[in-house]
Design a protein. Structure first.
Length: 319
């Protein structure tokens, strides 16, 4: 299938979609980088910062003021890895890394925006904000019903200048209305929350170079995450447990986001936790109730498998 999903827990969103063989749709950044060479420069985060007139330079150039923010110039596997705020020159000098850069430390609302781009113009977009926990983890993502006209105007102006000739999905990460990252793909964690027919519309964007989607029924929705601790293995919950979760009112889909037979350290996760499951839902409290059920189910299966104790699970504040 030309939709290049890699994670088996995402297959549920794409496996029944009709996609022409000549329309290749990336899910991961490394796929998009190869598929769109004329626009792959956007993965250079230093270039993106400078395209907006932000102060930014490679490590080795001394910042004119502090604090600044530091991160790798390009990182296709885990875009946020290696990032940190630098408060002063002493910290900067001990933090110097080849391939990293510093830029203006932005403040304000952190928004993730999926956008359908038609020859450089935004034809559709939807915004999400994350509720953070410690160590780079998120308790949940809020996929907003609301439009954000000021942000959409800024992104539209930037896209028409820098993505001319590009047609496809794009994800923008912004803080305080400024772009910090651009991805030539959409967020594959919650395509089911964009509404019936959205994936088909996305396929038409790539295959027929047009955008047609009825977005009149949008509502506030949520993608809620269950985290475990690092340093141990996990097993999937029983089929009965998963069925119970899916039957919870308001639950749209369930993803079990790890491989039972893969060494835990080979999974890509933030320092704050090991991602075990995601529940997409129309109701935040329903999602949290579903996570409690999954929490107990994964604990029971994992303890049967290796005798680990319950204390190895991260107990989220919402559970």
């Amino acid at each position: 299938m030309p939709i290049l999903y890699c994670d088996p827990w995402r297959a549920q969103y794409f496996q029944d979609v009709q996609c022409p063989d000549d329309a290749t749709i990336p899910i991961k950044d490394w796929q998009a980088w190869s598929l769109f060479p004329n626009h792959s420069w956007i993965y250079d985060k230093l270039a993106v910062a400078r395209s907006q007139g932000m102060d930014a330079a490679p490590h080795g150039v001394i910042p004119p003021y502090y604090p600044v923010f530091s991160k790798p110039i390009i990182n296709l596997r885990n875009m946020g890895a290696g990032s940190l705020a630098i408060p002063d020159e002493a910290t900067y000098r001990v933090s110097l890394q080849p391939g990293h850069f510093w830029s203006t430390l932005l403040t304000g609302r952190h928004v993730s925006t999926d956008a359908a781009i038609l020859n450089g113009e935004i034809a559709w977009c939807r915004h999400a904000t994350g509720i953070t926990l410690d160590g780079g983890t998120f308790e949940h993502w809020h996929i907003h019903k609301e439009v954000m006209p000021e942000l959409e105007g800024y992104l539209g102006t930037w896209a028409s200048k820098h993505l001319a000739g590009y047609t496809g999905m794009t994800n923008f990460e912004t803080i305080g209305g400024k772009i910090i990252e651009v991805h030539l793909r959409f967020t594959d964690q919650w395509p089911d929350l964009y509404g019936a027919g959205w994936v088909d519309a996305m396929v038409r964007l790539y295959s027929e170079k047009r955008w047609e989607f009825d977005d009149s029924q949008r509502q506030d929705q949520y993608s809620v995450v269950l985290w475990g601790s690092h340093g141990r293995s996990y097993r999937y919950p029983s089929a009965a447990c998963t069925a119970r979760v899916k039957a919870e009112p308001g639950v749209v889909s369930v993803q079990q986001t790890f491989h039972e037979n893969l060494t835990p350290s080979l999974h890509s996760n933030p320092p704050g936790g090991f991602r075990l499951a995601i529940v997409n839902t129309n109701d935040l409290e329903a999602g949290r109730r579903a996570l409690k059920i999954l929490n107990e189910g994964i604990l029971a299966s994992s303890e049967q498998g290796d005798g680990s104790t319950r204390s190895s699970m991260v107990q989220l504040s919402s559970l």
